[in-house]
Structure formats: structure tokens, C-alpha cells
Design a protein. Structure first.
Length: 311
């Protein structure tokens, strides 16, 4: 129940923050009731009430007795809302370190060595440039992995140098079979990524309500959009747009917009950026798999250096 409560809390937080960011909800606007939200999410009414009270303490919601639930009039910044318990989590981690007889003054150096002893390389495998760009960008910015994109069709001819040199292979479920076989043949670890479920739920909810425009730079991404989202209830509201092939003028002012990183760079300064949905990210399970690989690789290298007497 505790984990489910945390999931609902995080789902509602992301939804409110995103709706406020996109202008879909105004500060002080009345929102769906706790019972309506519970039915939508398929959870217990009491779990939604508890999550609502927690979000009220964060300033995201305002609960008025016998009146309903309203968007907060002074919501916190996105950074503050995403990490409300950072201090508590850091304190718990430090107490655990002390409990293991590890001195706190060396904590930062231990973390640094666990993440930065070696420069790890990843090879991302997909069928279109938009997804390759997105995967590589997240691995670089969020996990510090030097990343190179490889189109899956290239694997039919040979094994590219980027694959042979990579420490980790990364792909999506669409190419999981190919990557598993390749990783097994080369003896390399691999991760099949999944997206943040709260982000996915937000897209599904929007598709059920209105058209959602998916903007990319590669026509193959437009085809992939339909493969990814074609089975959801609101699939008729899919609107793939490829820059250079389709007109951006067809996008209504009030439409929801999901923009791939390459499209964001090409449209720098465009008003569309101001109302684009937050960029998608990996799920917590994917993050755990990647970080497990990063930490284990760095700790092994750190110990190898120590055994050789290297600084």
C-alpha cells in the first residue's frame, strides 16, 4: 500500500505541475474530486485523499471543505516540487554511511569514484534518428555516459565500431530481441529502457481528451508514434508532425504538443516550445538498471586502481 500511495502521489504531482505549466489549468481553478480521480486511477479514494493532502502541503493543491479541490494559487517551482524531500533522503543516506562505519567527510569522494572513475560508453540502437537522439541525450545528461546512436538496420550488415567499443547496449522493447542476441554474442550488458509511467499516463489521458501533436525530425518517428500509441483508447487523436515535411501551421493554439529533443533544437525561440509537454524520461526501474551498471563498473575500476597502487 505504501508504494502504491507514493506512486499516486507522484502521478498527481506531475499531472498538476504539467497542467499548470501548459496553461491547461489556472491557479485557483477547481479540479476533479478525489472520488473522480480515484475512479480514473483505479485506486482507493483514501489513497487519493492522502496524496491530495501531501500536495496541499507542497502548495500544489488547495482543499476547501465542502467546496472541492483547487489548483494552488502559489505553486512551488518545478524543481522544488520534484524534490521536496531531498534533505531527508540525503540525511538518511549519511546516517546509513555512519552505520556502516564509513566517515561522512569521505562521502563525496566515495560517490565521485563510484560514478566518475572511468568514462563509460553506451551504444543506443533504434530505427529512427529522433529516438536515437533522445536516448543518447538522456544517457549523456542524466547518467554521464558517452553515447553513440546506431540504426538497427546497420546491424544486418556488420557490427559497427560504436557497438564493439561500447560498455553498454541500450534500446527499446521494439528491438529487444535483436539487442539481446547481439549482447549475448559480444558478451556485453544491455538495458531495454521503459519510459516514466507517469509521463505515459499523462499522454494517454490527453489523447482521450483531445488531439496530441507529436513533433519530430525523422519521418520514421512519425510512423513509430502510431506503433507506440496506436493501441490506446485515444489513438484517433494522434497527430504526428515531421519538421520539413509537415506544416506547423496546422497545430491549433490550444493543442497539446509533445516534442522530441531534435525538434526542440530546431524550433528554438518558437512559441510552440513554451507549451510543449515536459520531456519524457526513463522509468525508475530503467534508471536503477543503468545506475547499477554505472556504479558496479566504476567500483570495479576503482578497486583495480587501488590494487595497483594508483591514486
Amino acid at each position: 500500500m505504501g508504494r502504491r500511495r507514493n506512486d499516486i502521489h507522484e502521478t498527481l504531482r506531475r499531472r498538476v505541475m504539467s497542467d499548470l505549466h501548459l496553461g491547461l489549468v489556472r491557479p485557483g481553478q477547481r479540479l476533479a474530486s478525489a472520488r473522480e480521480t480515484a475512479r480514473e486511477l483505479g485506486t482507493d479514494y483514501r489513497v487519493v485523499v492522502a496524496a491530495g493532502r501531501a500536495l496541499e502541503r507542497e502548495g500544489l493543491l488547495e482543499i476547501r471543505p465542502r467546496a472541492g479541490i483547487f489548483a494552488g494559487r502559489n505553486p512551488p517551482s518545478p524543481e522544488a516540487a520534484t524534490h521536496p524531500d531531498r534533505t531527508a533522503r540525503l540525511l538518511t543516506l549519511l546516517v546509513d554511511e555512519v552505520g556502516c562505519r564509513l566517515p561522512v567527510p569521505g562521502f563525496v569522494e566515495r560517490v565521485r569514484r563510484s560514478l566518475e572513475t572511468v568514462r563509460l560508453q553506451a551504444a543506443c540502437i533504434e530505427c529512427n534518428q529522433d529516438q536515437l537522439d533522445s536516448l543518447c541525450r538522456e544517457l549523456e545528461l542524466e547518467y554521464g555516459l558517452a553515447s553513440t546512436g546506431v540504426e538497427v538496420d546497420r546491424l544486418r550488415r556488420d557490427v559497427p565500431l560504436a557497438i564493439r567499443q561500447a560498455d553498454l547496449l541500450v534500446s527499446t522493447s521494439f528491438h529487444a530481441g535483436v539487442v539481446r542476441r547481439l549482447a549475448g554474442r559480444l558478451g556485453k550488458p544491455f538495458v531495454i529502457v521503459t519510459v516514466d509511467p507517469a509521463w505515459r499516463e499523462q499522454i494517454v489521458t490527453l489523447l482521450a481528451e483531445r488531439p496530441v501533436y507529436f513533433i519530430g525530425t525523422d519521418p520514421r518517428w512519425a510512423l513509430k508514434v502510431r506503433a507506440i500509441w496506436g493501441a490506446v483508447a485515444g489513438a484517433a487523436n494522434l497527430r504526428p508532425i515531421t519538421i520539413g515535411h509537415d506544416s506547423l501551421e496546422t497545430i491549433p493554439d490550444a493543442a497539446a504538443v509533445m516534442m522530441m529533443p531534435g525538434a526542440r533544437r530546431l524550433l528554438a525561440g518558437s512559441p510552440l516550445l513554451a507549451r510543449a509537454l515536459p520531456e519524457r524520461g526513463f522509468s525508475r526501474e530503467t534508471a536503477r538498471q543503468i545506475l547499477d551498471f554505472v556504479v558496479q563498473s566504476n567500483v570495479a575500476a576503482w578497486r583495480a586502481q587501488a590494487s595497483r597502487g594508483s591514486p
